[in-house]
Design a binder for this molecule. Structure first.
Ligand SMILES: NC(=O)c1ccc[n+]([C@@H]2O[C@H](COP(=O)([O-])OP(=O)(O)OC[C@H]3O[C@@H](n4cnc5c(N)ncnc54)[C@H](O)[C@@H]3O)[C@@H](O)[C@H]2O)c1
Length: 261
């Protein structure tokens, strides 16, 4: 848990039911914590029971209005059922949706196989369509909504062995823009966050020491981002502070993509 920093006292999400996918760890968990600190009521979705149960138990123990929903977001029927359960359990329609869950494999072109690339696209792209299909009717009944999709700097700059991941994260930008235009008349905003390298256990595990220092040397701020720094951007996009931000892609990468390496 990223509880070693101060949150502002603003209650920008007071009473709002917020769904965060992939909330059992990493950036998703930090977003759940930040939204709760802003007064949100949090529905944590994850495919992993093993990770989700203790994560939600810890939030609840801290007095946070959070519930866990075990669901594979790539399955349309499972997503629809989970959203029905959220509205029933919280007694109010969903106002904020964060598509954060990811299943990623980094492979050289020659080794990219159907199973891996299919799973990556199912969890990283199709799932966004299924969650939006389930969330939008609730947001329409509520009168407004905010949807935030997590992309990556891999959509903007190339890295080796990332063809599938780059395609998936570039697709997130397209889905966001198309949905933003379609859903604007319903007062539903759809935006993307493009994080750079963020220090989560999963991301750090990819690197040995030498690769880590090489990577850090290309970063203007000389450090990875923290999950709570992405959560702060998500809170802005979820709140009325961003009421005129629509279809945008907000880069939070410590200047990595604007630097000449
Ligand atoms: N960590 C980084 O450096 C970084 C950088 C750029 C973008 N991002 C993006 O931010 C998001 C979060 O990244 P992270 O590093 O915290 O990820 P992570 O791997 O730590 O957590 C992802 C969570 O998603 C869950 N998940 C996987 N498949 C699922 C499914 N089918 N249904 C429901 N839940 C599922 C996992 O169980 C896990 O709890 C991702 O979209 C990622 O691509 C991360």
């Amino acid at each position: 848990m990223n509880s070693n920093h101060e949150y502002p006292v603003a209650q920008r999400l007071a009473g709002t039911v917020c769904v965060v996918t992939g909330a059992a760890r990493g950036i998703g968990m930090a977003i759940a914590e930040r939204f709760a600190a802003e007064g949100g009521r949090i529905a944590c979705f994850d495919v992993s029971d093993r990770r989700l149960e203790p994560a939600v138990a810890e939030l609840v123990a801290r007095g946070i209005d959070a519930r866990g929903y075990t669901a594979d977001v790539s399955r349309r029927d499972a997503v629809a059922k989970a959203f029905e359960a959220v509205e029933r359990d919280f007694g109010a329609p969903v106002g904020v949706l964060v598509n954060n869950a990811v299943w990623a494999r980094f492979q050289p072109l020659a080794e990219v196989d159907e199973e891996c690339v299919g799973r990556m696209f199912d969890v990283g792209l199709k799932a966004l369509i299924w969650t939006m299909q389930a969330a939008v009717p609730q947001m329409k009944r509520r009168g407004s909504g905010a949807i935030i999709n997590l992309s990556s700097t891999s959509a903007l700059q190339a890295m080796p062995n990332a063809i599938g991941y780059a395609a998936m994260k570039a697709g997130v930008l397209g889905i966001t823009r198309a949905a933003a235009v379609e859903l604007s008349p319903h007062r539903i905003r759809v935006n993307t966050i493009i994080p750079g390298m963020i220090g989560t256990p999963a991301s750090i595990a990819q690197f040995d020491d030498a690769t880590m220092s090489a990577r850090l040397s290309t970063m203007p701020m000389g450090r990875f981002g923290e999950p709570h720094e992405i959560a702060a951007v998500a809170a802005f996009l979820a709140s009325d502070d961003s009421r005129y931000v629509q279809g945008a892609a907000l880069v939070a990468d410590g200047g990595w993509t604007v630097a000449t390496h």
